[in-house]
Design a protein around this ligand. Structure first.
Ligand code: PBG
Length: 330
């Protein structure tokens, strides 16, 4: 710290005098390159259904999704994170549809690679969209999550996504050991260039509510607290990222983002890997709702919120605002 003689007045406002000056000394900038757009795909044709608790976000049938992704790519967004809406009659106890080589996600990846080859694809690895019980893992007759048996299914799922042509698999299930199991299997099958974006510090959060509406994937019993992290813990986040890095993660993620800026900051300081933050559905819904009431200036709040995530240390942000922000930054 430099010290000034006390008789000279300190005038930090000097650097805030004009917009040009403020731009010149700005420490953090938000760019379209930082954004990853999460999108929902469903079966059918010519269908686009708005998610009630996420105004401005839709479930798209594949044909319309492809048009939307072409538009998203034109706006300069580099990557999409895909989530499938699985019909009830394709769900079962063990999530077998998750590794169907002709499943919704697999077919979607193949179609995007043909239609919009320049966009990067990130596919979610977790069982919750595919299980009747809505949990991310296999469950025994007493409702206990079966960690190691789940890994076998997650590996099949990741391999089927790699086979379809995904760029990154993103395990969001929080089972112990899944990054290592998936990396080992991908390498063994020759998918050395398929990356892993690990949901490393994923908290058991009430902010996921609107997303579970979107996929109709809320757990039918219990909660996710035996696998997702306790909101009160920070050191545990550092332990989780250390393990995921050792097991072969390429990018690590903190989720949710807004209520966990301190975690993003600590994680960033603890690793040289790129850090992603997931600005989740509930964070999106809160801003949209307040804006609909006219209580906040939506655009300014969106930019301020996403800038805070970058300032905290996020290199990448998964956000449902991605398309709107890309337009704002043009
Ligand atoms: C599924 C998954 C969830 C989200 C991303 N992947 C929900 C959950 O864990 O229950 C939430 C994303 C959001 O709220 O935007 N494993």
């Amino acid at each position: 710290m430099s010290s000034q003689p006390l008789n000279l007045p300190q005038r930090p406002r000097r650097l805030r005098r004009t917009e040009t000056l403020r731009k010149m000394v700005r420490e953090t900038t938000l760019s379209v390159d930082d954004l990853i757009y999460p999108m929902f795909v469903m079966e059918g044709e010519e269908e686009k259904v708005e998610i009630a608790s996420m105004p401005g976000c839709y479930r798209y049938s594949l044909d319309l999704l492809l048009e939307e992704i072409a538009e998203v790519s034109r706006l300069g967004i580099n990557a999409v994170a895909l989530f499938p809406v699985i019909p009830e009659n394709q769900k079962d106890d063990t999530g077998t549809e998750s590794y169907n080589p002709e499943g919704l996600i697999q077919e979607t990846v193949k179609a995007i690679k043909k239609a919009v080859p320049e966009i990067l694809i990130i596919t979610d690895v977790a069982l919750d969209p595919f299980t009747t019980h809505g949990h991310d893992g296999l469950v025994d007759e007493n409702g206990k999550i079966l960690n190691d048996q789940t890994l076998e299914v997650l590996v099949k799922m990741a391999l089927s996504q790699a086979e379809a042509g995904t760029d990154f698999v993103a395990p969001s299930d929080m089972m112990d050991g899944r990054i290592g199991a998936i990396r080992t299997a991908l390498d063994a099958e020759g998918y050395i260039n398929v990356g892993i974006l690990a949901y490393s510090a994923k908290y058991a959060s009430a902010y996921y509510g609107p997303f579970r509406d979107a996929l109709d994937s809320a757990p039918k019993f219990g909660d996710k607290k035996t696998y997702q992290m306790d909101a009160a813990n920070a050191k545990e986040a550092l332990k989780e990222i250390e393990l995921d890095i050792a097991e072969g993660a390429d990018i690590i993620m903190v989720k949710p983002a807004l209520a966990y800026l301190d975690i993003i900051c600590q994680v960033k300081a603890a690793t040289n890997l790129p850090v992603a933050a997931y600005d989740v559905s509930g964070e999106y819904a809160m801003i949209k709702a307040a804006a609909q009431y006219g209580w906040i200036d939506e655009k300014k709040v969106i930019l301020e919120t996403l800038t805070s995530m970058k300032r905290a240390g996020a290199d990448l942000i998964l956000t449902y605002f991605a398309k709107e922000v890309a337009l704002m930054l043009m």
